[in-house]
Design a protein around this ligand. Sequence first.
Ligand code: NAD
Length: 264
Amino acid sequence: MTGRLTGKRTIVTGAGSGIGKAAAELFAAEGAQVMCADINGDAAAATAAEIGDQAISLGVDVTQPGDCQAMTEQAASAFGGLDAVYSNAGVDGPGRAGDLSLEEWNRVIGVNLTGKWLAVKFAIPHLIEAGGGSLVLQASVGGVIGVPGIAAYAAAKAGVIGLARQMAVDYGPDNIRVNAICPGTVPTPLVRATYEKRGGFSATAAVSADATVDEMIEAAVVRHPIGRLGTTTDIAQLALHLASDESSWTTGAAIVIDGGMSVA
Ligand code: NAD
């Protein structure tokens, strides 16, 4: 590794699994100190333990302002300040608009939009104190193009892109950059849960209604011109670039990383 985040003090939410876990490990390998946060505190602790001395962990529900504030203050206190937050934690959100209950809508919007905001809100004064920093918000290609059967999820992700743009305008003068990442399909537990609940419906036109999750994941490959699904490392590499000073003139961007899915 090449020390691309040497000296950076960072937080990664959703660090117990999938993309967040890969990002926490990559950030640390590139020299960062990392607060590994997840609603599954044991999983966050396991990621931190794998990383070693550069990492700490906390059980955090990103829908709870008190949890997000504690996460931020503990990280800033342990590391002597903050430079970057990867607001990544999220949940699956299957269902068409006409089929969703208000409870399910609120669950998905609560984590995937409100939680994305709360996880960065308390970091702002610390980034200003540091002379600037980077906030990376995890959106989705589903926030950019229509993807079947994920109404609340897509609405939340489009909201995240709007939040990144808006915050980039408000905090640019403080040298705080805010960007959104819009991944295509990466077969994590979140995607498996989505396919499981969504059933054969619309994963692709090519699968039958009784297709297994593995068959749906296999069939999803055809939507990605590059010929494979994404890996957690593919997405973590973009988060690393956005968290680092390499991207010091990138702000307000919604960067699609999807193997060509959105242009096919
Ligand atoms: P994942 O299920 O592997 O990881 C999500 C993590 O978030 C889990 O560890 C989970 O415990 C945690 N989490 C859930 N609710 C939380 C809460 N309220 N507070 C704190 N932590 C919480 O899924 P993933 O695919 O790695 O997803 C990470 C992010 O990437 C999500 O925002 C997701 O919407 C986004 N994303 C994923 C894909 C994909 O194809 N996997 C595509 C686009 C966007």
